[in-house]
Design a protein around this ligand. Sequence first.
Ligand code: NAG
Ligand code: NAG
Ligand code: NAG
Length: 375
Amino acid sequence: MCCDIMRVLALLLGMKAACVLLVSSLSGTGAVNNSGRWWGIVNVASSANLLTNSKNVQLVLDPSLGQLNRRQRRLIRQNPGILHAIAAGLHTAIKECKWQFRNRRWNCPTTHSPAIFGKIVNRGCRETAFVFAITSAGVIHAVARSCSEGAIESCTCDYRRRGPGGPDWHWGGCSDNVDFGRMFSREFVDSSERGRDLRYLINLHNNEAGRMTVSSEMRQECKCHGMSGSCTVRTCWMRLPSFRAVGDFLKDRFDGASRVVYANKGSNRASHRADPNHLEPENPSHKPPSSRDLVYFEKSPNFCTYHGKTGTHGTSGRTCNSSSMALDGCELLCCGRGFKTQTEKVTERCHCTFHWCCHVSCLNCTSTQTLHQCL
Ligand SMILES: *[C@@H]1O[C@H](CO)[C@@H](O)[C@H](O)[C@H]1NC(C)=O
Ligand SMILES: *[C@@H]1O[C@H](CO)[C@@H](O)[C@H](O)[C@H]1NC(C)=O
Ligand SMILES: *[C@@H]1O[C@H](CO)[C@@H](O)[C@H](O)[C@H]1NC(C)=O
């Protein structure tokens, strides 16, 4: 807490360099793990008035921007409007993560502290991989869309596709600017990662896998022209996939993620970018991961019980499905500890009728629902 205040003070005084030193000398361990620190800006989204104002002076007052490094803050200043897109993309990614994992022991828990995903981020398991991939996908997705909506001053629709595309259609209209999104996300998201080790390569690989999933699922959309819907001519543009589709793809990749090791291929020229040639499957009979595959290097914990040290919450209190044999079933979700059953009265609006004009009246229907919760 004191460090946040220091950071804001330092920002106010324009002492950015001094601030970095101050923070790292004061907070000890906190400064060690910078992985994904930019996620802390998720809290900036709640102060909408700060977001709509593109004057830097206001922006630096928000303490959650202290989670960004100097390069990231510069990128925000250079691209007015982009902070809102990043924060919105991060929100979408978190929502999607929770939805995809709602039936699993690890259900993508988040906290209100700047380290929103908790300690899972410092591990190297599948869940870590998913968090990196989905959040970097969230950024490219939101930035590419915001460009085409005119919400970012430094980018527009992607107008590079022009002219005839086929016998009865031509390129036109406003394509989502996925190239700008990718470029920005690489600079912004990847600059949180430091080091040359396996963890670093893996985090960057998973960031890129998220971006690749978004850009390779771009779809062509068309609009008909011509006499009363005759569709003799069509205008087409490229549209982003829905974020649900991105989440579905990444969830599949989570299930099929590759466990990798660092391949020391005798290259002593350390590269700045993640070099996929340095990651190879731990099991030599598996094929090497593609750029869209998620990679990890350590087994996941079982997520059954609370562990302060590893940051797992456990499944006690989670709602389970007593008739399912799958992961959401009480047996597996509760890790064999058993469950308690409660009945709840639930009142819902029902038998709604529309009255001209204009209101709707409903009755209240009460039903009892049975709820199972893990012990
Ligand atoms: C930082 O990450 C390392 C793993 O690289 C972990 O062992 C350590 O507990 C982390 N520290 C904090 C403060 O999260
Ligand atoms: C519980 O599991 C059963 C069997 O898989 C399924 O048909 C049902 O829809 C599930 N109920 C809920 C509330 O998810
Ligand atoms: C339904 O319940 C709400 C509040 O629970 C109440 O305000 C409303 O009057 C009820 N409607 C009827 C038709 O009983």
